[in-house]
Design a protein around this ligand. Sequence first.
Ligand code: HEM
Length: 452
Amino acid sequence: MAKSSIPTTGPNFIKTGKNLTTITLETLLEWQKEHGELYYINMGPMPGFYATADLEMVEVILQKEQKRFRKSSLYDGLALMTGKGLVTNEGDHWLKQRRLAAPAFHKEYLANVFGLMMEEINTTMDHMGAKVGEVIPWEEEAIAVTMNVVVKGLIGSTLQGDTERFSDAAQLGLAHAMRLWKDPFFKFTQHLTGAKKKFDRENQFLGELIERFIADRRKTGNEGKWDIMAMFMAARDESTGEGMSDEQLKDEIMTMFLGGHETSSHTLSWGMLRLKQNPEVVDKMREEINRVVGQGPLQYEHLPKLRYVTMVVNEMMRIDSAVWTIARTSLEEITFPNGQTFPANTQFMIPIYAIQRNPKYWENPDQFVPERFENGTPKGPEKLKFMPFGAGPRMCIGWNFAMMELVSILTTLIRRFDIEVLTDSASYEAAITLAPTSPIHIKVKEREMEIA
Ligand code: HEM
C-alpha cells in the first residue's frame, strides 16, 4: 500500500484534537473499525500520528529496529517531572541506567520486597475492615494501597503525613503532563490559568521529598535494608565501576513512584467492575486460594501456584489496559517489511488498548474471559497482541513487581472479604494512564475464614 493510501481521520482536525482530549478510547476503537490496523491521525497544525496496531510494524518499532526510534513528544511533559529517569531517558545513558536498575526487579530480589509489600497490603485491608457495611470508594483504596506498596518497596518506609499530598501532587503532575501532549493550546494557556505555577509547585514538593529520603539513606546506610533504593545505591556499572549519582537516583525514584502506582491502581479499579459482571470468576479464585494458600498467611512461594488469579490479572490488563497507548518518533527514514517507507521524525502511536480489543487478534474481545490465559500469555508471532507492559528493550522494568503486587492484593482482598460492588460503570480520563473519574463504590463484609 502506498503511503498516500493510508486512511486518515479526515481533514476536521479540530474535531480530531477534541477527540484526543476527551473521548479517546471509543474513538480509537471506532477508528480501528473504520480504518483498520494502520491509519493517520490528522492533528492539523500539530504533527500527526500514524496509529498502528499492525503487529509486524509494532515489532519493528519496539524490538527489531528500536534503536531507530525515540520516545515521542507524548513523554515531554512527563520529563519535566522525571528528568533522566528510565521512562524519559534515551540512548547510551538510558542503557547504562537500565542495567544499573534491572537487578532490583529480578524475581530473586523481589522475594525480599514481598514482605514489605504485604505489610502495606494488610494495613489497607485493616483500614477497609474498619469500614464493614459502609460505602467505600474502591478507587481511593486502590490508589492508597498501590501507592503505599510502591513507596514501601522503593524506600522501605511510608510517607506518613505526606501520603495524601504526595498522591495528589503525583496525579496533578501526570494529568498536566498528558494535557501538554493532547491539547495544542495548553502550552500557552497553562501560563494564563495558573496551571503551570501549580504544576511547578507540586513538582518541587515531590522532588524535595525524594531528595530528603535519599539524604537520610546516605546517612543511615543500607545495612539490613531490602528495598529497591538499597539495590539502586549498591549498583555499579560493570565497565566503569560507577554508581548512580544522587540526581539520577532522584529521577529514578520519581519515575518509579509515578510509573508504579497509578498503573496498578487503575488495573484494580477497573478490575473490580469486571468482577461484578463475572461473579463466577471470584468463586474460582477463592477455590484456588483455599487450595494453594489454605489458612495461613500468603507467602511469596504461593504466588506462582496462584495460576487462576494470575490469569484474572492478565485479563484485567488486557481488557482495560492501564497504559492505553505508547508512542515513538523515527530518528531516520524507515522501511517496514510491508514495503512502506516513512521519513525521519514520523510519529507513531501504538494503541495498546485497541490492539488488545481488536477482534482480529482476540475472540470476543469485549468479554472478560480469564481462561484465555490458560496457557500463559501469548507467545511467538502472536506475542504482541498482549502488551500491557509494552515490549522490547524498553518494556516495563517493574512488571514482575506489578504482577506480584496485583496477585497479592487481589488474593488478600477476596480471601478476607465478601465484596458487594455497588457501581456498574465509571467514567474515565485517558491521561497517561486510564484513570476512573467517577467513584466505584463497594461494601465489604469480613469472611468466616481467618488468616493466621
Ligand atoms: C500494572 C502495572 C504497570 C503497567 C500496566 C505498566 C506499563 C508500562 C508500559 C506500557 C511501559 C512501556 C512504556 C513505553 O514503552 O513507552 C512501562 C515502562 C516502565 N515502567 Fe511500568 N507498568 C506498570 C507498573 C510498573 C511498576 C510497579 C514500576 C516500578 C516500580 C514501573 C516502572 C516502569 C519504568 C521505569 C518504565 C520505563 C522502562 C524503560 O524505558 O527502560 N512500572 N510500564
